[in-house]
Ligand binder design. Sequence first.
Ligand code: ADP
Ligand code: MG
Ligand code: MG
Length: 213
Amino acid sequence: EGQATATTVVKALRAIADLLHDQEEELGRLDAIAGDGDHGRGMTRGSAAAIEAAEAAAAQGVGPAAVLVDAGDAWAAKAGGTSGVLWGAALRSFGDLLPDHRAALPGDLAAGAAAALAAVQRLGRAELGDKTLVDALVPFVEKLRSEVDAGASGREAWARASEVATEAAAKTADLRPRTGRARPLAERSVGTPDPGATSLALALTRIGEVLAG
Ligand code: ADP
Ligand code: MG
Ligand code: MG
């Protein structure tokens, strides 16, 4: 059963890598407005390294936690940049909460997402409203938890939480960056959504589509 979850993890990482490859230019454009323009490149490199490492790990027959640890390490090592470090840590932390010997339950997904957020905030120290990917991840985690607690299936809960994350990412357009590379040019970024929140919401939505099968 753990193998089934590991296979889903690999599918989700493949889908994310394909999506980010397609979005590379647009994410770079968003990051160039107030940041250094490398967000698309970093996400493409990180996710490509992650799927390669995940496939190698899965071929050894390990469970989802070990797959995500290897994927996260590869992402952080190859992406470069702040978002790469945070994504790598998030994947590792999420994986640690997935069971190795049974299929993942909705509660495992909610716990994994909460652990990913905790890792991101421990490393990056960003708070809500700082105009970072935390502004999409916090509402995602909260909605996932409340849907799971209300009895939704994993796929339903993930889909609804992704919608909330997408709305929250769009709303970052109103904010001024209070941390990260975009801070010095904060005013220039008003009217444009945060690149990291945007890519996160896209990736979460894509994962939801994989879970829906
Ligand atoms: P870099 O800023 O190092 O060039 P990227 O361009 O890949 O890295 O990623 C930029 C994104 O990283 C931002 O749009 C923001 O969402 C996210 N980010 C930056 N600093 C932080 C932080 N301290 N906590 C959470 N996310 C952050
Ligand atoms: Mg950048
Ligand atoms: Mg950079």
